[in-house]
Design a protein around this ligand. Structure first.
Ligand SMILES: [Zn+2]
Length: 173
């Protein structure tokens, strides 16, 4: 899934974590876990133009990814960063980074993609024990292109829009 639904879903789930001991850690763990659940659902890796085979696994995305994918990836990452910034600055507490389970839920929601899908370091990380197993699990639970292609065309768009809308509703209500 794109970064925006992952970050919003992690934040929304984090908002359900009450004032328990270690709440930010709990939010972080739940956000992280939510990533695998969402990746299991059919989704396009973008919002515009449907799923097709693309070699995501390259050190040279600027050269190898189709232009419209590159543009969407850049917008997605910028928006996700902006959402994190907005959450971090939306609290009056000076030590929000120690207390805010919403923020840490959002960060947790990004972790598997930060580890496994950033072209600059993913291949290096995958060789390190621990990261290697995490990547294998991430790939294992990720919906296959076979399933993506067997569901109605717009499913992969609808699931992401639904996650974004539901998360925003939870966060803003
Ligand atoms: Zn993922």
């Amino acid at each position: 899934m794109l970064s925006v639904p992952h970050v919003l879903a992690g934040a929304a789930l984090g908002s359900f974590v009450g004032d328990v001991p270690g709440a930010p850690m709990v939010g972080f763990a739940i956000g992280w876990a939510s990533h695998y659940v969402l990746d299991h659902v059919p989704h396009w890796e973008r919002l515009y133009k449907p799923f097709q085979e693309i070699d995501w696994d390259t050190h040279r995305p600027a050269k190898e990814w189709p232009r419209h994918i590159l543009v969407q990836a850049a917008i997605d990452v910028l928006l996700a960063g902006f959402i994190l910034y907005a959450i971090a600055t939306n609290t009056s507490e000076a030590s929000w980074w120690r207390t805010d389970q919403i923020f840490w839920g959002a960060v947790g929601g990004l972790v598997p993609d930060l580890l496994g899908n950033v072209p600059f370091w993913n291949r290096t990380l995958r060789k390190i024990p621990g990261f290697k197993q995490e990547y294998a699990f991430h790939s294992l639970v990720h919906v296959t292109s076979q399933i993506q292609n067997s569901v109605p065309r717009l499913t992969g768009l609808a699931t992401q829009v639904a996650v974004i809308a539901a998360s925003l509703w939870i966060l803003i209500r």
